[in-house]
Every structure is written in structure tokens, then in C-alpha cells.
Design a protein around this ligand. Sequence first.
Ligand code: TXA
Ligand code: MG
Length: 349
Amino acid sequence: MEFLNVTEESLNRAALVLRNGGIVAFPTETVYGLGADAYNADAIVKVFEAKNRPYFDPLIIHIDNIDTLSKVADLSQLSQETKRKLNLLTDAFWPGPLSIVLPKSHNIPGIATAGLNTAAVRLPANETARKLIALANGAVAAPSANPFGALSPTTAQHVKDGLGERVDIILDGGAALVGVESTVLDLSGEQVKLLRHGGIPKEEIEKVIGEMGSRDRLRGDSLRGVGNGEQRYTSPGQLKSHYAPRTPLAVFSREEIAGLQYEENTAYLFFDDTSREDWLSKNKSSNNLRSFVLSPLGNVSEAATCLFETLHKLDTLGVQRIFAQLAPQEGLGAAINDRLVRAASGVAI
Ligand code: TXA
Ligand code: MG
């Protein structure tokens, strides 16, 4: 494995590795991706193997310019109305953290999309990512560059720690700016559906294409139930959890966490300073060193940027459990809460 800073030279080298069927970890604005040539089935197999990812979980196809969209997706299958929405979405959000599920083109091997006749396509905002894709074959299939189920990588060091020698090259382009994965939106059916909360908030999308359906279990009443069960935390190994630290994690609302008594061997993750201060005032004897804040002033975008980095850090403290406060369910808060809830219980949305 080669660990390289981003330069013209290293980009060319990484692109050559991709063209020759190797796998390269590269920065995007959301999280680091582990890429293979999207047209090369043998290379894509290496991505699944390196991550230990089940073959039923499809990859996102990354492109560097919108002209490639018609090469990786079969746009002729779309209705006029869906085409109209697609144009609105790409105009508004590309390049950026939005993956759009579309009918797949026959150019993309079935293994990339887990045998589905659809493909999720994304045009990333990160310039290094786009340059790399352009210098390679113009389309790179890439999941997040972490072992399957583990915390997503927002730095090159996270990739090195998680995958190490399993990849050919890691390109270090600094910390990811958005910090949570792309929003996944399904345009392949009659109705637009939100499949994953991510870097583009649902509200922003609805401003552009109107209200949509979702497989969202994280709204309204269901959110209040989170963390209320008998067993507030559970070992990530027991359930099919995702985005999970090795340390068991439980989630709480603002009111719930304020009422928690300090426990030994526990790290506390607060959304903002006032929540932490609230709790500290009731737990004067507590060990301040083990309480953390995602965004001092309570800004959801800042909290998203810091989320995985902070969880990676909490995971190295050697505590027995992490108690985490949910973010307000607005803007990027929806993506933060989705990741926290899945880290806690393995309930996928
Ligand atoms: O921000 C991101 O999306 C990052 C960076 C590297 O671009 N990638 C990422 O990939 O998060 P991954 O593999 O960790 O997550 C991709 C998600 C999965 O939940 C997968 O099931 C879904 O996208 N997905 C991919 N193709 C799909 C398809 N054809 N239909 C439905 N869901 C799909
Ligand atoms: Mg992932």
C-alpha cells in the first residue's frame, strides 16, 4: 500500500492503478471512498473483498462530469416527468453529496449494483475526486473506504487504520468537509424516494422537486422512542448494525441525556455546549474529560463534519459505553441521527 499526498504525480499514479484494475482510496467531500474502475468487474470484486462487504450491497458510481451520466445510466427508461426532476436535481446539487438511483446502463457490470437493474450515481464536489475519476476511465465505483459495518472514514488515516494493506493506494486529501455520506435518492420508480439521509438535507431537495416519499423511520414519534427501551445500549456485534464504533453506543434525546447520572467508564457525546453544561451542572463530580461536544454553538453542519472523527476518537478511549445525544431533526441533523441510531441499534432506515 502506498500512502500519498495529493499531487499531479500521485493523481496520475492512482489513476493508472485504477485503469489497471487496482483499488484506490480517495477523498470526497462526504467521506473517503474506496474506488475501482466502474467498468471492470474484476476490480470491483477487490473492493468488496477489501471491505468484507456482502455482494448484495450495491456500490455508488462516481463520475466527474455530467456528460458521463448517460453512459452509466439508461436515461431512455425515464418518463418525461422524472427527466425533468433529474435535471432540476443535478442543476441544484451536482457536483455535491447527492447520489441518484437510476436505471442502470449495460456498461456497468452487474456486480457493481448487486445485480439490481438500477445504479446509484454521484458527481462529487471534491476536486481531487473529480480529477482522479477523469484521469481514470471516467467512472469509479466506490463505497465508503471502511470495513463493512464500521465507522466511515473522514480522514486518510482512518482508511489506513481500517483497511491498511488491503488497498493499493491511499490518497491523502485532508479531512472531509461534509463528514456524512451522500443523500441517496431513488428516481428509478414512479415516485421519488429518499433511501438514505445524507449531505443534502431532505428539506433542500423538497424545495427543488416538491414533497417526496421516504423509507424514513426517524421522524416524529418514532424518534421519541429511541433510547427508551429496557436495553439502552447493545454490543454492535449482536445486531446487524452499521456505522458503528466498537464501543457499545446508546442514543438519547436532549431531555433524556440531561437527566442521566454520571457513570464510570462511560463517554458522553453532547450535541452542543449548553446541553453539556446542563448535564455538568447536575453531575458536578463527573470527569469532564469524558464529555464531548459535536458543535459548541449547536450548528448541525459543523456537527456532521465532526461526527465520525469524534466517534473514531471516542472509540479509542477504552470506555465501556458511549452515551450520545441526538441532534435536532432538521437539516443535516437527520443524517447525524440516522448514523447515531444505526450505530446504537443496527436499525437500518
Ligand atoms: O458519500 C457517499 O455516498 C460515499 C462517498 C465515497 O461517495 N459513499 C458511500 O457508499 O457512502 P456506501 O457504499 O457506503 O453507501 C452506498 C449506499 C448504500 O446504502 C447502498 O445500499 C446504496 O447507497 N445504494 C447504492 N446503489 C444503490 C441502488 N442501485 N439502489 C438502492 N440503493 C443503492
Ligand atoms: Mg458505507
